[in-house]
Design a protein around this ligand. Structure first.
Ligand code: PEP
Ligand code: MN
Length: 339
């Protein structure tokens, strides 16, 4: 249940309500910037409507509250000049890791050529083995920002740890929270206190409820600029890196106001499967794609098997152009070479 307060409700009154709820056995959470209180397990509004400073209540019958469709119908926001959200389709592309100046500038030039507004690239990489390339760190962030500036792109990069928040925030427009950190609840709640949009990837074994609750962790602090990203889940089958869960796209959209992107690169782990799953995801209603590309995929220092070459990426974009009548939502990219 969401409790709304009359304007000018004091902190003492809110504390009084919370104490009353606690004594009745209900946990509650104030969402300060929104001036609301969430009481997830409370079903009977009569118990609190007697407080004169409570203006109204809204019953939300799911464990996740703020990410639910009952809380709001859509989430749309601007990143620089780009409209992102439930009503739009956006593309994010770039290498798994920022490796060299040449690599990242060539990639940025390709994206700019097609008016694709977002460049991605990892500077602090979560690698399964400590002996693998772990990214260029701050130097990588700098290169990414320089390339983005030159080609007027917005940056998406991963934040691995709270200790890097200030640094990453300086260089990025959207903070990516990777699948390994989807359940890092302390990190998530700290991200609620900032205004930078968050792209929250699905945990490798997370069900939809857990994923939406992770989004609630961020929203509880007041940051509602969240994009979900399906990146495949782990299965029992050693032949696929992950199982790209295309079905989760309409499922999430039936439950949540948050936009959902698809990442078929990590979702499949294999370049030749990226295009079919990218197209399937868009037709299933995704609000965009995140695709790993590399000027020379064989030489990529991380995730080389799943990186598309520039040609493969352009072919995918041309195919997507043909899908436009099915996609319906406005796409924030124009494929100049194909027009
Ligand atoms: C990534 O996008 O670079 C990444 C590491 O993805 P994930 O967290 O989904 O594994
Ligand atoms: Mn990767």
């Amino acid at each position: 249940m969401i409790v709304f307060f009359h304007p000018n409700t004091t902190n003492t009154q809110k504390a009084e309500l919370q104490l009353h709820l606690k004594q009745a056995g209900f946990e509650s959470q104030l969402v300060q910037p929104k001036d609301i209180c969430i009481v997830p397990n409370l079903k009977d509004a009569a118990a609190i409507e007697k407080f004169s400073f409570v203006s109204s209540t809204k019953l939300i019958d799911t464990s996740y509250q703020l990410s639910s469709l009952e809380y709001k119908k859509e989430t749309n926001f601007l990143v620089n000049n780009n409209q992102v959200g439930t009503n739009f389709v956006n593309f994010i592309a770039g290498p798994c890791s920022v490796e060299t100046e040449e690599q990242i500038f060539e990639t940025a030039a390709l994206l700019a050529k097609h008016n694709i507004p977002f460049i991605r690239g990892g500077a602090y990489k979560p690698r399964t083995s400590p002996y693998s390339f772990r990214g260029l760190g701050k130097d990588g962030l700098k290169l990414l920002q320089q390339a983005a500036k030159q080609y007027k792109l917005s940056v998406v990069t991963e934040l691995m740890d709270l200790s890097l928040l200030d640094e990453v925030q300086q260089y990025t427009d959207v903070i990516q929270i990777g699948s390994r950190n989807m359940s890092n609840f302390y990190l998530l709640s700290e991200l609620g206190k900032i205004e930078t949009p968050i792209m929250l990837k699905r945990g490798i074994q997370a069900n939809v409820q857990e994923w939406l609750l992770a989004a609630d962790y961020i929203m509880c602090g007041g940051n509602e600029n969240i994009i979900l990203c399906e990146r495949g889940i782990r299965s029992f089958d050693p032949l696929s890196r992950n199982v790209m869960d295309v079905g989760v796209i309409p499922l999430v959209q039936s439950l949540s106001h948050l936009p959902i992107l698809a990442d078929p690169s990590h979702g499949t782990g294999e370049a030749k499967f990226v295009a079919p799953l990218a197209k399937a995801s868009l037709v299933a209603g995704a609000n965009g794609l995140m695709i790993e590309i590399h000027p020379n995929p064989k030489k990529a220092l991380s995730d080389s098997r799943q990186a598309l070459s520039f040609d493969e990426f352009e072919n995918l974009m041309a195919d997507i152009e043909l899908l436009k009548p099915t996609i319906k939502k406005p796409i924030n990219a124009t494929y100049s070479v194909f027009q």
